[in-house]
Design a protein around this ligand. Structure first.
Ligand SMILES: O=C(O)CCC(=O)C(=O)O
Length: 320
């Protein structure tokens, strides 16, 4: 198959301006079909080869599949990340010279799956800090609000608060008690300017890591809702690990307070680094010991929250 030259088109000033003021922009028909087919093939492969961590995070609701760092073992996704149009768009949005890939994440909700994604800000639980960070959300099926299309609070990336991170299954380890409680947005929808779109495969959402976002379960009776998120970082991003942030179980050379470096977060632009690209020739999976350490950290965090609040999930949200 022939792949369109990247990028098929550049983002316009108006699109970049909308991203900066709203914290999110939806670009219709952005992804050329050959790239979309490659991503779809990659996501289908990843669904059949879930990591242990992904299976653990997806275990509570039948029909829900979430997994991360797929590109480390799925070649189709590695190729879309290295050679697709996405890094070029990230470079424009972030206003950065260098673009490094942070990680990918799939979210699948089969028809009728009652698995809302709670309102959250991504940066609250990421082990990085900086301004030049952006995420792309790529649906592989038509989506509406009813079938779990993403919703955003317009302009919330400019708010001063940093909210406690709530993941779909309320993972205790990433809840930082020093952060603010997230408001119950769906209980008071009139107080916020909510944005969402009916999207088709080929459309893409680009959003800032502090923009509040979430989604309903998939209430559609027959249509799956498969989506892939791609996360990108720029020049000003530093590695800021903590037991309260998402663990990364892949090899890299980043040092706390310094820039991202090494094969887990490969440089894509201005050009790939050959040693990082070569490292990916062998697929990588986290070790049992790394996963056990994360599970232990999560168990301790769950106990701490239970002792303090009587529940490990004190921040339940309204998702009717
Ligand atoms: O697909 C979803 O429901 C969640 C997506 C999300 O939270 C993200 O990409 O950051």
């Amino acid at each position: 198959m022939a792949y369109a030259v990247s990028p098929a088109r550049r983002l316009t000033e108006a699109e970049i301006g909308e991203y900066r003021s709203a914290g999110v922009v939806m670009i219709r028909n952005a992804i050329e079909p050959s790239w979309l087919q490659l991503i779809e093939a990659g996501v289908e492969k990843a669904r059949g080869a879930m990591s242990l961590q992904g299976r653990f995070m997806s275990r509570k609701t039948r029909g829900y599949q979430m997994d991360t760092f797929l590109w480390k073992h799925v070649d189709e996704l590695r190729d879309a990340i290295y050679y697709g149009p996405f890094a070029h768009w990230a470079q424009q949005l972030m206003g950065s010279n260098q673009v490094r890939f942070f990680y990918d994440q799939m979210f699948v909700k089969e028809p009728g799956t009652d698995a809302p994604t709670p309102w959250h800000q991504d940066l609250s639980f990421w082990p990085i800090r900086g301004e030049q960070i952006t995420s792309f959300w790529i649906p592989l099926d038509p989506v509406t609000r009813e079938s779990s299309g993403l919703m955003y609070v317009r302009g919330s990336h400019l708010w001063p608060q940093r909210f406690k991170a709530i993941s779909p299954d309320y993972v205790a380890a990433i809840i930082d008690e020093k952060m603010d409680d997230i408001p119950d947005i769906n209980a008071n929808p009139g107080q916020y300017e909510l944005l969402d779109w009916e999207m088709q495969p080929g459309d893409i959402l680009m959003f800032h890591p502090l923009t509040l976002h979430g989604s309903h379960g998939n209430r559609h009776r027959t249509r799956s809702r498969r989506a892939l998120a791609l996360r990108w970082t720029g020049d000003d991003v530093v590695w800021a690990p903590s037991p309260k942030r998402m663990p990364v179980h892949f090899r890299h050379d980043s040092v706390a307070g310094g820039g991202l470096a090494g094969a887990a977060f490969p440089r894509i632009l201005p050009s790939p680094i050959e040693a990082e690209r070569a490292a990916r020739r062998a697929p990588e999976r986290p070790s049992g010991a790394q996963l056990a350490a994360s599970a232990w950290n999560n168990f301790q965090a769950t106990l701490r929250l239970r002792m303090k609040h009587g529940s490990a999930a004190p921040l339940r949200q309204t998702w009717s």
